[in-house]
Design a protein around this ligand. Sequence first.
Ligand code: SAM
Length: 265
Amino acid sequence: MLRFDVLTLFPDMMSAVMGHSILKRARDKGLLEVRVHNLRDYTDDRHQTVDDVPYGGGAGMVMKAEPIFRAVEALEREAFAQGERLRLLFPTPQGRPFTHEYAQQLATERCRMVILCGHYEGVDERVRLALSPEEISIGDYVLTGGELPALVLIDATSRLVPGILGDPQSLKEESFADSLLEYPHYTRPASVRGLGVPDVLLSGNHEAIRLWRRKQALRNTYFRRPDLLKNRILTVEDQRLLDEVIREGVVATSTHNREEGGRRL
Ligand code: SAM
């Protein structure tokens, strides 16, 4: 079971997402546990103060260190009593980029993962200095708080845990699973607003469909994320398919589908 403890000033932001769809089913099945802790519960003043103005002046508020230390210590005590280990994760735009490989690594983790959500201008630097959390960025932009990044970490990691997704095959072919982007999907009806479906997908020929999908995956990757193909050793089949893609030239996938599907109408 994957176990997360989220430390936040806005617990409702977490429950809004955790109570739906695949994450809810994973929790119901006992494959995922997410406990949400309100940092205000770890304050000791009447107003439950969790932030203050920055030393040196400047814009915004800074999250105080003490409630965070107390919350982490409470979880540490609990973990110690149960013979468990904690792994402290801190979403921050200054952290190591979160990738598919990172999610795969977290998905095999058996200890409790504690996610500390910053807010406002961020967290008192002494938290980072004293606790040395694993700093993780979900992208080169700045969000208002760590709750959305925490949900991103939980979502991307959980779906890699066996049993959480309905069909494990979908994980194998998905974007990044094989360092490639995935091929395009179509569903019924066969014609939508004048756009058809590539003939091969209606042919029932499984080998032809496999080859078409592989070629589309290589095409998507070559044109959209060529960096993923760098230093990759291709199989003979992949190299042949990629050569075809390159020979066919710069055809945007959407245009390609329109043309291929269009022939059926
Ligand atoms: N002042 C900080 C800076 O410039 O690095 C940004 C603080 S941000 C407004 C507030 C909180 O949102 C951060 O402490 C972090 O927890 C979260 N956050 C914002 N952007 C993020 C990102 N790209 N990845 C991960 N966490 C992020």
